[in-house]
Ligand binder design. Structure first.
Ligand code: GDP
Ligand code: MG
Length: 441
């Protein structure tokens, strides 16, 4: 994907502005890319439509290149869709003992994930965890969990042959209460395909223990099919989150996007290997980058933005050095001051201006004044802003009136602008301007 996209974006980069047609061309590629990453067709289609709308609305505004602009919009939208939970890694384990139910198809990674999460709860949160296998179908499934339990130092419910899953779940609940456990995790049996018996069994267990969390474990490498499984489980059992396993493979993780879009359920964790520590809290940014196949898009875009800002700053500095400091410059500075917490803090940042800031403060130089000054500048025409020396009596009256202020205030502003132009020129000669401006951009 990244090759394909960068090709399109290179072409875009060479054109001037972000047109409707640019966006469409780029998004056609994005759509193909999503499908290649195993995102389901309707989801890819919807996603592209949403981006198209946003991109066209934003067109031409930003000072970054059109290609980068589209990449950023695509990336941001991906993150927005993928983000489902403000704290996906936090399991609801109030009211001890809290039941956590693990469901999913056979081989999806339920047993492994149960143990990984148990280890996490024990080590990170200091919880006392009990695990129980309800898998009466697969031979040695219960022993598998027991072995993992011993390996990570987490207790498992003693195995009793011949019990049905609901009976085991109830025994786990009793044992967890008596044993003073904070959590008990129920690892259920899976099937190769979803069927009524499996669903009925999971529903019966759910009704027996009323789980605080029901986590659906899904193989992140399975594409399209995973979404159907998730929908079915959620409809019939009710799911509080999804764990995507095998995200250590070379799959693009498109299932994550489909899963989110179709079920609306948050992705909570990602499995990244067979080892017991190979699990992480879900992070939308990471998966978004992976789906797009472009390592660090945000960094790329930010870098572009910085480059442009630096170029602008350089140009501005050259003007200032020549003593050209007009009302547009002043307005920008005033706005910056407002943003940065007012006059005093900003002037304190400019070398040699600390004292001036104190004087300014005592002269009633405050944030309200900044707003009034900005209003005055807004009341000027474009030409007047660029050439403040044009301002004679009649223009001054008009401007002051437009801002609802006195001409005397405008005069103060003009004086300030001339002083600033002067200071800038002097600082420019001493090389201090460059230093001062570093702090401002
Ligand atoms: P279950 O049938 O759903 O309980 O699946 P298991 O937990 O028994 O896992 C099936 C296989 O997948 C085992 O060999 C696991 O080691 C492996 N597995 C589970 N999670 C991951 C993962 O995140 N990455 C990789 N590479 N393998 C995993
Ligand atoms: Mg299992």
């Amino acid at each position: 994907l990244s090759d394909r996209l960068s090709g399109v974006f290179d072409r875009l980069t060479k054109q001037g502005a972000l047109s409707d047609e640019d966006v469409k061309t780029a998004l056609r590629e994005v759509r193909v890319a999503l499908l290649e990453a195993d995102v389901s067709l309707p989801v890819a289609r919807d996603f592209v439509a949403a981006v198209q709308e946003k991109a066209t609305g934003q067109a031409v505004t930003k000072s970054i290149t059109p290609g980068q602009q589209v990449v950023k919009i695509v990336h941001d939208e991906l993150v927005a869709v993928l983000t489902g939970d403000s704290d996906p890694g936090k399991l609801k384990i109030d009211s001890a003992p809290a039941p956590v139910l693990m469901v999913g198809l056979q081989g999806s990674g339920k047993t492994t994930t149960t143990a990984k999460l148990a280890k996490r709860l024990k080590e990170r949160d200091g919880k006392r965890v009990l695990m129980a296998s309800l898998d009466v179908n697969r031979p040695a499934a219960m022993e598998q969990l027991e072995i993992l339990g011993r390996q990570i130092g987490v207790d498992t419910l003693p195995i009793v042959k011949g019990e049905d899953p609901v009976a085991i779940a109830k025994r786990a609940k009793t044992q967890a209460s008596l044993g003073g456990y904070d959590v008990y995790m129920l690892d259920t049996a899976g099937r190769l395909h979803i069927d009524q018996e499996l669903i009925a069994q999971a529903a019966a267990v759910r009704d027996a223990v009323n789980p605080r969390e029901t986590l659906l474990v899904v193989d992140g490498l399975t594409g399209q099919d995973a979404v159907n499984v998730a929908t079915e489980f959620d409809d019939k059992i009710g799911v509080s989150g999804v764990v995507l396993t095998r995200m250590d493979g070379d799959g693009r993780g498109g299932a994550a996007l489909s899963m989110r879009k179709v079920t609306g359920k948050p992705i909570r964790f990602v499995g990244l290997g067979e080892k017991m520590d190979a699990i992480e809290t879900f992070e939308a940014e990471r998966i978004a980058g992976r789906i797009l196949g472009m390592g660090d898009i945000v960094a790329l875009v930010e870098k572009a933005q910085q480059t442009i800002e630096a170029e602008q700053a350089e140009k501005m500095m050259k003007r200032f050095q020549k003593g050209r400091f007009n009302m547009n410059d002043l307005k920008m500075q005033l706005e910056q001051m407002l943003k940065m917490g007012g006059m005093e803090s900003l002037m304190g940042m400019l070398p040699g201006m600390g004292k001036m800031a104190k004087q300014a403060g005592s002269a009633g130089f405050d944030d309200k004044m900044l707003t009034r000054q900005i209003a005055l500048i807004n009341s000027m025409t474009k030409k007047e802003r660029a050439n403040p020396e044009l301002l004679q009596a009649s223009r001054k009256k008009r401007i002051a009136k437009g801002a609802g202020l006195e001409v005397s205030e405008l005069n103060k502003l003009l004086k300030q602008q001339r002083q600033m132009a002067d200071v800038m020129k002097k600082m420019g000669k001493g090389g201090m301007l460059k230093q001062a401006m570093k702090g401002m951009f």
